[in-house]
Design a binder for this molecule. Structure first.
Ligand code: HEC
Ligand code: HEC
Ligand code: HEC
Ligand code: HEC
Length: 356
């Protein structure tokens, strides 16, 4: 992973949420500056830079087809109709779920339109791969040549440029995972305590990415929806747990009331650190895992402890960046026994096949 970003989600703070949707502030630390990264703030789904899934589907037909079979796609029309959605929005004092409400952050993709904004779909390609206006042409352009004539150096420069413009690729495990968890942990106190929204679920990156969400049909030329291999599964599992820990620690740090939210977040962190302790035993050649466990115990899981909890989360973040850079999962065979098996996958992956 060559872009190491520490991700703070404003989704978890309750301010900065406004009409502009799901904001990220990327905080560039000194050690990242050393890597020579431009320190411009970026938003994963900045509405001004959203092109919409239809633009992707022009080339990515199979991936788009797989997406249409997911809850991420269906939430657009289904969620607002649910009785539970009405209850939540009433308690939150919202009039319309699809306009300028806190729900936009996690359930929808919002695009800038003239002076206003429009909701264009559910959770879509750019919710995970980054708002694409600045990188869509770059990533697919083969440096102005063709797949055959582009040199290796040109290809590397093309991907680097696309990433610098906000593209989140397959190999950027930490960023991909941080994105999933920033929604799935539901790190918003008032939404949970006041609105009665579910404080996330038992998300784990292997089973939740390998079922209905899976769309690895591009590099197989549409022949197969390729499942993550054993080594990648280990990395998904490990990075996922670490990000869950990081997200949970930050969430407790910002909690203000001894209510459901703080309680659920503390339980989440406790579960994640127990699972990581088991992983540290199973993969002793990866000292960073034990490092994360130690950090997780360095700050009390209680209110009014934001400074320590945030410091612990920052430490976990650094370790995750180095895990994603240093390892490819091939040596961590000890983790295999801990990783959820296919019968636990969430939903069914679409079978590869031509799209009409
Ligand atoms: C004009 C055709 C075209 C469009 C439109 C397009 N892509 Fe691509 N995409 C490609 C090509 C070609 C590649 C593979 C490039 C290569 O092989 O080096 C690719 C690769 C990718 C990859 C894999 C990157 C990796 O890690 O290797 C992702 C993710 C992706 N595109 C996402 C998107 C998204 C999201 C959109 C819409 C915002 C989009 N693409 C629009 C042609 C396109
Ligand atoms: C921080 C992200 C986040 C925000 C903000 C958010 N949700 Fe959710 N919501 C989720 C996630 C994640 C799920 C899926 C829960 C799970 O993991 O099973 C969900 C599930 C739901 C469900 C159950 C869906 C179903 O199909 O059964 C409803 C209803 C819902 N949300 C309504 C709302 C409403 C209304 C708002 C705005 C007031 C809102 N949500 C804001 C993340 C969010
Ligand atoms: C929920 C998040 C999410 C959404 C939504 C999403 N992707 Fe992805 N995408 C991923 C992840 C994660 C991977 C890497 C998966 C892996 O390696 O197992 C990926 C991989 C890819 C790849 C590489 C496929 C291959 O053959 O290896 C392409 C191309 C791609 N996505 C395009 C898209 C397009 C186009 C859309 C919208 C139609 C989309 N993605 C929607 C998360 C997402
Ligand atoms: C922008 C917020 C957001 C992001 C990013 C996101 N999700 Fe989701 N996801 C949701 C919401 C909201 C739902 C529930 C939708 C509904 O049912 O109405 C959901 C539902 C799902 C479901 C279906 C769960 C079920 O009930 O069967 C899976 C699986 C899933 N997400 C996996 C992932 C994975 C894996 C990633 C990262 C690669 C990811 N999500 C990224 C918001 C998000």
């Amino acid at each position: 992973m060559n872009i190491a970003l520490k991700v703070h989600s404003f989704r978890s703070t309750g301010f900065g949420l406004g009409p502009a949707g799901r904001f990220y502030v990327f905080c560039f630390c000194g050690w990242l500056m050393l890597l020579g990264l431009a320190a411009d703030g970026k938003a994963v789904s900045d509405p001004a830079k959203i092109v919409g899934a239809n633009a992707c589907a022009e080339c990515h037909k199979q991936e788009a087809e797989a997406w249409k079979g997911t809850h991420h796609f269906k939430t657009f029309s289904e969620m607002p109709r649910k009785a539970q959605a009405k209850q939540i929005s009433e308690k939150m004092g919202l009039r319309r779920i699809k306009s300028e409400s806190v729900c936009l952050n996690c359930h929808f993709t919002v695009r800038q339109k003239n002076s206003g904004q429009e909701v264009v779909s559910g959770i879509s390609c750019e919710s995970c791969h980054g708002a694409a206006q600045d990188w869509i042409k770059v990533h697919s352009g083969f440096s102005g040549k063709t797949a055959k004539t582009e040199t290796k150096a040109e290809e590397a420069a093309r991907w680097k440029l696309a990433e610098s413009k906000g593209m989140i690729r397959r190999h950027s495990l930490y960023q991909l995972a941080a994105n999933c968890y920033s929604c799935h942990v539901v790190p918003q106190e008032s939404l949970v305590n006041k609105g009665g929204h579910k404080p996330g679920s038992a998300f784990d990156l292997v089973s939740w990415s390998q079922g209905e969400v899976r769309h690895n049909t591009w590099y197989s030329q549409g022949k197969e929806n390729v499942a993550a291999d054993a080594a990648r599964k280990r990395m998904l599992y490990l990075v996922g747990l670490g990000v869950e820990l990081e997200t949970g620690l930050r969430a407790i740090g910002k909690a203000t009331a001894r209510k459901t939210y703080a309680f659920e977040m503390a339980q989440r962190v406790d579960r994640a650190r127990k699972k990581l302790a088991a992983a540290a035993k199973a993969a002793p050649d990866v000292p960073e895992i034990a490092g994360m466990v130690e950090l997780a115990h360095s700050a009390g899981l209680r209110l009014k402890n934001n400074q320590k909890l945030t410091a612990a989360a920052d430490g976990v973040s650094k370790l995750l960046v180095s895990i994603a850079e240093k390892y490819d999962g091939s040596t961590m065979t000890g983790l295999d026994g801990l990783i959820p098996k296919p019968d636990k996958f969430k939903g069914t992956a679409r079978k590869a096949g031509a799209v009409e």
